[in-house]
Write a protein that binds this ligand. Structure first.
Ligand code: GLU
Length: 435
């Protein structure tokens, strides 16, 4: 049996090993598996990834030189259906991150009751260093290198950090162009998160952020509270952060601080979400220098007085280093893996509620499932219909997790994991292990 360990920095002698994202997800998994007394054979299966694809491929740059890129696709588990999950373009993408993110997708799709397994991948690069033409060639060549490792009934990528509907359109076009002629148009659902005019789903762009907002709303309803007047902070002002803030503001909540890759801003009287969004459009995507707020040291961002904190950027942002100073009563995880195990312990001891990533940001993959169905059935769904269906699905998941956590007296993350793992365990028990 292969064992999975995080990459360890061996240059620092006698220091505790540097924990990776995979350590985090494994600790979360093992703690839930202990609670439900998961069958040891199934624990073994779910502790490893089914397939790990690493491809190296050359791309012609604008200056005529050739650069070699490394792309990853990790397929964790497909007991419930085809592998599903995003592709991210970021300097932090490596095999450890891809494994952890793939595993989170398995729990997320299972919890949401979708007929999918979990996968994730991407390319280790900083997209701001490349032209649009270069990004198109990188994406197309990556798709070509992945070849039959992806497919509409096998492994279905989607947008993630720094990838978007344009990236998905290039992947779909490249994949379809390399199929035999009679199969080309039937393969549109090889990716989800495509643009509206190319098989995309109306509302898929806002699905993750809307789902984050809904989870916060359902939490408030359980406490018989209103979101009107509540203060919130958002880390990450990309697709997830922006849309979550948009819907929070619409409900009467007030954005008081925001952070992105460039810096942090704060205004305790409130920051208008649309004004901030428009400002980032004319400021190279950055929110720093926004005229109606103060620029803030990054370390002070999480200390902002607020009711709700929405981490919607990268993993490992809330840790033992800053968990004590967080003022929010609720953390709604828009990102994947934003809170590490040590940080979570501190927060739970302090009575802070965490709506875990695999529940909180699952609106995105639920939207992806709708898009996949739409393509498979040759249909076009309308925005109202999509949002209503999303609402229903998110409410069902939230209630399931919240009720289970109350019944079993456990935190929401452990409850979500228990439900997700149970569903996969059931499939293995029913089918047995080949041969
Ligand atoms: N990247 C998103 C996530 O982490 C969406 C995945 C999908 O739609 O397949 O959930």
């Amino acid at each position: 049996m292969r064992t999975i360990t995080a990459e360890v920095n061996n240059t620092k002698k006698k220091k505790a090993p540097v924990k990776g994202m995979m350590d985090n997800v494994m600790e979360q998994f093992n703690s839930a598996a202990d609670h439900i007394d998961l069958h040891p054979n199934i624990r073994k299966i779910l502790s490893i990834t089914n397939n790990e694809i690493i491809v190296h491929f050359p791309v012609k740059m604008d200056n005529g030189e050739v650069e070699i890129f490394t792309g990853y696709r990790v397929q964790h588990n497909n007991a419930l259906g085809p592998y599903k999950g995003g592709l991210r373009y970021h300097p932090t993408v490596d095999i450890d991150a891809a494994r952890a993110l793939a595993m989170w997708m398995t729990w997320k799709t299972s919890l949401a009751g979708l007929p999918y397994g979990g996968g994730k991948g991407g390319i280790q690069l900083d997209p701001s260093q490349y032209s649009q033409g270069e990004l198109e060639r990188i994406t197309r060549r990556f798709t070509f290198a992945l070849a039959d490792n992806i497919g509409p009934e096998h492994d279905i990528p989607a947008p993630d950090v720094n990838t978007n509907s344009q990236t998905m359109a290039w992947i779909a076009d490249t994949y379809m162009s390399t199929r035999p002629p009679a199969e080309r148009t039937a393969n549109q659902h090889v990716v989800t998160g495509k643009p509206d005019g190319s098989g995309g789903l109306e509302g898929r762009d806002r699905a993750t952020g809307y789902g984050v907002f809904l989870n916060i709303k359902f939490w408030a309803e359980r406490r018989k509270e209103k979101l009107k007047g509540k203060k919130f902070i958002v880390q990450g002002f990309g697709n997830v952060g922006y849309w979550a803030a948009h819907f929070m503001e619409k409900e009467g909540a007030k954005l008081v601080a925001a952070q992105d890759a460039f810096g942090s801003i704060r205004n305790t009287n409130g920051i208008k979400v649309e004004d901030l969004y428009n400002y980032t459009r004319i400021n190279n995507g950055s929110l720093t220098g926004f005229p109606n707020a103060f620029d803030l040291d990054n370390e002070k961002f999480f200390t902002t007085e607020c009711d709700i904190c929405i981490p919607a950027a990268l993993g490992n942002q809330i840790t033992q280093k800053n968990a004590k100073s967080i003022k929010a009563k609720l953390i709604a995880e828009g990102a994947n893996g934003p809170t590490n195990v040590e940080g979570e312990k501190i927060l739970l001891e302090r009575g802070v509620t965490i709506i875990p990533d695999i529940l909180c940001n699952s609106g995105g993959v639920v939207g992806s499932y709708f898009e996949w169905l739409q393509n498979r059935n040759g249909e076009l769904w309308h925005l109202d219909e999509v949002m209503a269906k999303l609402d229903k699905k998110m409410r069902e998941s939230f209630n399931k997790v919240f009720d289970y956590s109350e019944k079993e007296g456990m935190d929401l993350r452990t409850a979500a994991y228990c439900i997700a793992i149970r569903r996969i365990e059931k499939a293995y028990i029913q089918r047995g292990i080949f041969p």
